[in-house]
Structures are given as structure tokens and as C-alpha cells.
Design a protein around this ligand. Sequence first.
Ligand code: ADP
Length: 261
Amino acid sequence: TKAILPVPTQPSEVTELAHSFNTLLTTINDHASQEREFISNAAHELRTPIAAIRGHVRLIERRGAEHPEIIPRSVKFIDDESQRMQKLVNSLLTLSRADRGTLQLDYFDLAEALNETVEEERTVLKQPLEVAGVVSTVIYGNAESVQQIVAALLDNAGKYSPVDQPITVRLVKTATAVQLQVVDHGPGIADVDKSHIFERFYRVDSARTRQIGGTGLGLAIVAQLVALNRATITVQDNHPQGSQFIVAFPLSQPNSDKLSD
Ligand code: ADP
């Protein structure tokens, strides 16, 4: 049997061990500070709608009897803001489940899963939805979460691109992977933002996106689900305009590499 931590015998081994230990400590600290930042962001995001709701409740209390005409507007406001809170809380729960979780992975037909989601999204999206290259392709992953990923990317494409421009879902096979692409003709994403959009609560333009009503958690959830599927996600420019999200599922067999650990 092998010792788990070999006792260092050479000075160089001691240095190496100290280095590993430092790296580990840094990782733990980074994790803790990310956690703190996440909680503080979540609290802040919830505080805004709560303050707005309370403001309108006060308004109705003070002036509702004398000016009943103000009531419908305030009720609408309260309804909108509580819906916003509900979405946020749902996203936080999804994220925390994905954080802790593992997914049941299995072989499934990506085209079948995609077609189902595309048909559902057709009823929601204002833009025409085009499909390309969606032919039977068996991959190893979790079908339901892949559908969640596609739905989230399509919802974003719908939110951020003009209604008269088509959105495309495309499957492309490369030598080593199957790429699932979601392409739109919206404003695109600036290079400086590309590396940040998968971070929790990150929004490119909070003034504009607040109006659109996002939480800044959609792509963070997508990234987490992508990782649980052992896939990768990247974003590129679509020419002449728009963005292209690419989810790549490796074609290798699950037991042909180190996936069993
Ligand atoms: P949100 O809830 O704000 O949509 P996301 O995490 O889904 O949050 O997206 C993060 C940010 O990335 C958005 O606020 C938006 O600025 C940008 N973004 C996401 N998808 C697109 C897209 N298809 N086109 C342009 N910008 C996008």
C-alpha cells in the first residue's frame, strides 16, 4: 500500500509540499471570499424590489382611501416587483442545487432533446426560430439539463435581439466534439465582457438590462449545468452582428478517459 502523503526527504520536496499547501490555502480563501460576495450580491438584488414594494404599500395606506385611482398602478408595481423577486429566488435555488449537485449522465439523442425544446420556445419567442444540422446525434450527458441550457440561451437571444431577426439553433460535428450553437443578430457582446458574462450577477449594461428584467444569473446557471455535463461553453461574435454561444460536448466515451473519478 502507498502512503497518501509521502514524507518529504529532500529539501526540494519540502519546498514543493509547502508550495502545494499555499496553493490549497489560496484556493480555500478565494472560495470563501467568492461566497461572501455572492451572498452580498444576492441580498442587494433582493433589497431593491423589497424597498419598492414597501414604498407602494405605504403609498396605498396613506393616500389610497382619498385617491383610490392610484391603487391599480401601485398594485401592478407590487405584482411586477414580486415576480422579479420570485424569479431571482428561483434562480438562486437552481444555482445552489447545481453547485452541490451531480447529474445522472446517460446516452441520449441530442437532436430529439433539442427539437422538443425548440418547439416549446417557438411559442414563447417573438423572433423566427431556425434550426440547422439537427440530425440524430447520441451524446453522453443529462438530457433535461441540456434542454434547460438551450432554453436559457434561447431566452437570452430573444431578450437581447430584435424581433424581426431570426435566431438559429445549430448542431455542428467536429472531429472531437458536437457543438450546439445558438446564434442571434442582437447587439453582440463586447470583448471585454465576454470573459465575465458567465459570472454570477454580471450584466453588461445594468441600466438597460434592468429594464429587460434579467437577474444576471441566467448564464451562471448555464455555465454550471454545462460543467455538470462535462461540456464547455464559449461565446463568439456572429457576423455581421450578434452573438454565438457554443456548447461543445466531447465525443469521447465516458470511460475512455478519466471521467470515472
Ligand atoms: P440576465 O438575467 O441579465 O440576462 P445572464 O446571466 O443571462 O443575465 O446574462 C448576462 C449578461 O450577458 C446580460 O445581462 C446581457 O448583458 C448579456 N447577454 C446575454 N446573452 C446575450 C445575447 N444573446 N446578446 C447580447 N447580450 C447578451
